[in-house]
Design a protein around this ligand. Sequence first.
Ligand code: FES
Length: 147
Amino acid sequence: MAKAPKYLTITEVAKRCDVAASALRFYETRGLISSTRTAGNQRRYHSSMIRRIAVIKVAQNLGLTLEEIGEAFRSLPDSRTPTKRDWERLSRQWGDILDDKINQMQNLRHNLSGCIGCGCLSLKRCSLTNPNDNVSDRGPGARYLIE
Ligand code: FES
């Protein structure tokens, strides 16, 4: 059996990971993946980036932001590609983040119930246009018109 190449072109990685080349470049600008350059300034990705990209895709499917994913990667020693054990830890942490997001969405869903068929979008009454009456912290009156 042929040994997999250690370094791959952007096209090869895009194909293997089912990700657009532009997405790979974007991940790279965000520090989520890295590459080396050839003498002709072409990107070459170490094969370990494939696992990293798989983790990024899973995390994005879970609704995590690139910022949250980057934070998780930075928590790894030497920002290494997540090992099986790293993944266990990250997935536990992300489970907690997901629980928070689910709670927030359930609260939004609950608040939306009062809006269905209403349409007022009132800053006084509507908990979606002014969650937790945050605008009242800015003082009395029509704060959006004053500011
Ligand atoms: S739209 Fe009227 S309460 Fe939200």
